[in-house]
Design a protein around this ligand. Structure first.
Ligand code: NAD
Length: 306
């Protein structure tokens, strides 16, 4: 993009915090204006060094040309987007939503922001907190290609893979939700499989070593189970409530589309029940939930004598 651009960032949590830090470092190194940041839970503690900390979303909209959002869910993003769009003397001409909000919510945001004369991209991310820290996350950009190209250097400062998945807001969400459905299903299936192995006297590390170079290996097995389950830390930085939200959004969209359904209901119910039982857990605690919900039987089931 020609001329200097001021970027804003609202939501500095597990994902937004490290994304904003990478963007801020890029802007400083490139001699561009500092990032303008806001988070309701406390901006000063969460904003990267060198960022301008503001008191609310409206202040970001007044100071930044383009505002990134990394917020928990659709209703929060909607409220913040309304505040941004309706800010008096607004400078922001575009918003890029990096959150997972669902297909309908992304379309509503597009209508809201375009109605107020702003450009919008639905751009959910994948790769977790570690990927955000290492700037290796994937961006699933749905929206105007010229907006993407105009801001590509800034996007590349915090993402390793950028996919322009389509022109229509909602398409990014569709891809993100189907990705998370795969991730949620494979993560739960891996936990179930490993717990079975334990009943056969197999060692957890040995199972992961073998499965991870065999046909049952997956990103969940190679990354999340090795780093978060084997170590006993269960600290991936992705809350169970967010995964349960994503599964609900995926199931709703799949059914609305009359797309074939085999596993979706099971995955959706499992993550909702897990979330109800352990509401403030990390999503990798699914391993503990499955283990404790179905304790290993002491032996073969007793014959029914009736
Ligand atoms: P998080 O809860 O860690 O961070 C959200 C941040 O938004 C918090 O710091 C919170 O204080 C702030 N916030 C909430 N309401 C606000 C408001 N009205 N104004 C300003 N700030 C507000 O969540 P996260 O894990 O960073 O996830 C953010 C989004 O990215 C979610 O939609 C999530 O589904 C998605 N996501 C998360 C991961 C992950 O691994 N954590 C990966 C991919 C996508």
């Amino acid at each position: 993009m020609s001329g200097s651009v001021t970027y804003g960032f609202i939501g500095l949590g597990n994902m937004g915090g490290p994304m904003a830090a990478n963007l801020s470092a890029f802007l400083a190194a490139d001699g561009q204006p500092p990032l303008v940041a806001f988070d309701t839970a406390g901006t000063a503690e969460r904003a990267p060094k060198g960022a301008v900390c503001t008191a609310d979303a409206a202040a970001v909209a007044q100071q930044a040309d383009l505002v990134f959002l990394s917020l928990p869910d659709g209703p929060v993003v909607r409220a913040v987007a309304e505040a941004v769009a309706r800010t008096p003397a607004r400078r922001a001409a575009a918003a890029v939503d990096l959150s997972t909000v669902g297909i309908d919510a992304a379309r509503d945001l597009d209508a809201l922001l375009r109605g107020q004369g702003m450009a919008f991209a639905d751009c959910p991310v994948s790769g977790g907190r570690i990927g955000a820290r290492n700037a290796t996350i994937a961006l699933m950009w749905a929206g105007p290609a010229d907006l993407l190209e105009a801001h590509r250097p800034a996007l590349e400062s915090f993402a390793g893979n950028i996919f322009h998945v389509g022109p229509e807001p909602g398409q990014g969400q569709a891809l993100k939700l189907l990705n998370n459905f795969l991730s949620a299903t494979i993560t739960a299936a891996t936990a179930e499989a490993l717990l079975f192995g334990l009943t056969q006297g197999l060692d957890l590390k040995t199972m992961l070593d073998a499965v991870n170079v065999s046909s049952g290996g997956s990103n969940a097995g190679r990354d999340k189970f090795v780093r978060r389950v084997l170590t006993g830390t269960f600290d991936s930085g992705f809350d169970t409530a967010l995964m349960a939200k994503d599964m609900h959004l995926f199931a709703e969209s799949l059914r609305e589309a009359h797309s074939p359904e085999v596993f979706t209901g099971t995955t959706e119910a499992l993550w909702q029940n897990f979330c109800d039982a352990m509401p403030s857990s990390d999503h990798m605690e699914i391993y503990k939930y499955i283990r404790d919900r179905n304790p290993h039987p002491a032996g073969p089931a007793e014959e029914d004598e009736s």
